[in-house]
Design a protein around this ligand. Sequence first.
Ligand code: ADP
Ligand code: MG
Length: 327
Amino acid sequence: QQLINQIAAGEVIDRPAAVIKELVENSLDAGADRLDLDIEQGGQRLMRVRDNGCGIPRDELTLALSRHATSKIASLDDLEHVRSLGFRGEALPSIASVSRLTLTSCTADEAAGWRLRGDGHERFASPEPAAHPQGTTVEVRDLFFNVPARRKFLRTERTEYQHIEEVVRRIALSRFDVAVRLNHNGKAQFELRLADDAEAMGRRVAAVCSEAFLAESSRIEHAGAGMRLWGWLGAPTFSRAQPDLQYFYVNGRMVRDKLVSHALRLAYQDVLYHGRHPAYVLFLEIDPVAVDVNAHPAKAEVRFRDSRLVHDYLHRTLKEAIATRGV
Ligand code: ADP
Ligand code: MG
């Protein structure tokens, strides 16, 4: 069983950033609106995610670390309407099998919290009492300490940290309603407060994507063809040699999709000089039944029911925005 977990972990958890992604998605699933992340040595030594979500009751702590004990998909119908980010029920067991994991949690019904420690094996001691406000803290130490082959593939501390930061960026831009704090080696990297109005959202975009991007982008907001498109469209002058400032969300989920990038490239076609990539933070809202966001969860691809309609809507709307606002 431990081996199965480790094999599964190899597929899902290939580097520290993948752990952060899973832990943060769990926190969001738990309804948290505050995330505190502490990273040490690019995540290899320590990753700690603390949230103020619903917490895990004492007698479910062991279950949370056990394989296939949980699954939020009750039916195919659920799958079609899936909005919740997590659904596989294997992230925590996988992570626990390749690290020293400590789960501390407290629910609204409990007077104080409980802690469960794992050491890379399937057996856990009973939870012990631990002070904790409502919510959950997952601490992952010594990632891959028992999987030398994995450890060998880790890059430098800096590179691994940058992957983590990118994961946090993507989430911070998709959830303006969640406060996010990120520390690396004790130094504050992001300190993002809840952003509940346009100005605060702009501040967050500046903090995550740079002041320069915010200054050289224009706000767009458009509804049509049963969809809504809003966000920040970077000026051609702010285009990049690398496509590294391209954030596109469909119903709150970040996607990298050929159809989407094609529509964007077409829209910018006449104003972008050769070899440059547009920069943008855009949100498309569309009826959930008209899109399958889980077509390839790992690849972040989506499948639109009417891809032609979506492509043309994006192209037309963005082209117009670029032309009329002179972004
Ligand atoms: P999944 O998210 O796919 O259900 P995970 O292995 O990621 O599976 O998590 C297992 C379970 O542990 C979750 O279903 C949830 O019940 C619980 N859990 C994990 N993290 C948290 C958290 N931060 N807050 C509350 N519950 C959590
Ligand atoms: Mg999960």
